[in-house]
Write a protein that binds this ligand. Structure first.
Ligand SMILES: [Mg+2]
Length: 421
């Protein structure tokens, strides 16, 4: 991958008028960047939803958010009476649900679900909702999109991965992610070993730093963890680490070099997630791939990150970023630039299920996707199997039943009540 350590426009200004020989590569680099940006914009402008088998309109008749016991669902119903469901993250939706009845559902009701590509853009203009952008807004829209995709699947008989362009694989490998920062390095290693034994995962990830800061204790723990996790799992294990924006640039480079020494696979959010120039500085200084984007809500900033090689792996969160269609646009830009997408996903709200449909329909991803087990306390089964959606032998197999291919317990659903509007 080509990285540019020097701001070439600055260099051009400093050059004497006759320095054409030096200036020529700079002009070429600038032209290359412009050409790449044009290709990224073309790539992200392509429709994602495959409408080719959807002959009849699927008019959205009702969109409802329903809840019980702290669990939130979106139900989408079409004029023919078919329904689609999405489970929400109970850690997020209690703080975000009012956006759904006020800013999302009224716009989408009455529309043809086959127009989902344009609907997820145009809904942002409804009641000037672009002013509300951020995790609460995009999460509410993403869960609505999931319910609509499920509805389209139920009406058409197609699985969600087919609606996203078709699967390129039947299953995905997982990396087991540990989110702990409170316990010792030995404790983290023990937990990772238990998670690997239970799931069969061949890749792991753990946390570095103290989350948007460091302390003397967190730094000592980082310096212990990086070699210790490699020693514990040996050379065959793929290992990632996530700093959640903890470091400044010099410290990120120091820790990154240690990760390189122990052959880590990627370094996630080394510096503040919204310090894009600083993220690029870290990427320029290190050979380990830099991963980032889980807090990002802008396609344009993803374009900047990709065009400027600030990250080598893009990680939109499939929910915080506004859903599978918008995330597919990031994947398309990444593919154009020759890099991979490894989406971020929270486990709650069937995160692994939605991520598996996405990752099985994306060519440019790695062998390992984020996984933290099956923590939802909602009764459901993979349609027709009686089984929960869990990794086996380190892999998640994508369901082929209509929609997302799961069935929630009808008795449980009967106890749902509408959220206040
Ligand atoms: Mg992260």
């Amino acid at each position: 991958m080509t990285r540019h350590r020097i701001d070439r426009r600055q260099l051009l200004k400093l050059l004497p008028a006759g320095a054409a020989v030096l200036a020529a590569p700079a002009v070429a680099a600038s032209t290359d960047r412009s050409a790449l940006k044009a290709r990224l914009r073309e790539a992200r402008g392509r429709p994602v939803l495959d409408r080719s088998a959807l002959d009849e309109p699927i008019v959205i008749d009702r969109l409802e958010m329903l809840r019980r016991d702290g669990q939130y669902f979106v139900r989408a119903t079409c004029t023919e009476g078919a329904t689609g469901w999405a489970l929400c993250n109970p850690g997020r939706m209690p703080s975000a649900f009012a956006i759904f009845p006020n800013r999302i559902a009224p716009y989408l009701v009455g529309k043809d679900a086959r127009d989902l590509d344009t609907l997820v853009d145009d809904v942002l203009l409804y009641r000037s909702s672009y002013k509300w952008q951020g995790l609460p807004y995009w999460s509410a829209l993403a869960r609505t999109e999931l319910a609509i995709l499920d509805l389209i699947g139920q009406r058409s008989g197609l699985p969600a991965h087919a609606l996203l362009g078709g699967k390129v694989r039947d299953s995905i490998g997982v990396y087991y992610a540990n989110g702990d920062r409170k316990h010792s390095a030995d404790w983290v290693v023990d937990r990772l070993k238990a998670s690997v034994a239970e799931s069969g995962a061949r890749a792991v990830k753990f946390k570095l730093g103290a989350r948007l800061r460091t302390t003397a204790a967190s730094t000592a723990r980082d310096l212990e963890l990086v070699p210790k996790v490699r020693d514990a799992f040996g050379d065959e294990m793929t290992i990632y680490a996530d700093a959640n924006s903890s470091y400044d640039v010099p410290e990120a480079i120091r820790i990154g070099r240690l990760m390189e020494e122990y052959d880590y696979g990627f370094f996630e959010e080394p510096v503040r997630f919204d310090y894009l120039e600083e993220t690029r500085e870290v990427a320029d200084a290190l050979s380990i791939p830099i991963a980032g984007g889980e807090q990002e809500s802008s396609l344009w900033r993803f374009e900047w990150m990709i065009a400027n090689a600030a990250v080598q792996i893009v990680q939109p969160d499939l929910i915080y970023f506004g859903g599978l269609l918008r995330s597919m646009r990031v994947a398309a830009m990444a593919r154009e630039a020759g890099i991979d997408i490894v989406p971020h996903i929270s486990p709650m709200g069937l995160g692994a299920l939605y991520m598996t449909h996405f990752a099985c329909a994306v060519g440019n991803t790695t062998d390992f996707q984020e996984y933290k087990g099956d923590p939802d306390e909602v009764p459901y089964e993979i349609a027709g199997t009686g089984e929960r959606f869990r990794a086996k032998d380190g892999r998640l197999t994508v369901p082929d039943a209509p929609g997302f291919g799961v069935r929630f317990d009808p008795d449980y659903l009967r106890g749902l009540e509408p959220v206040p509007t």
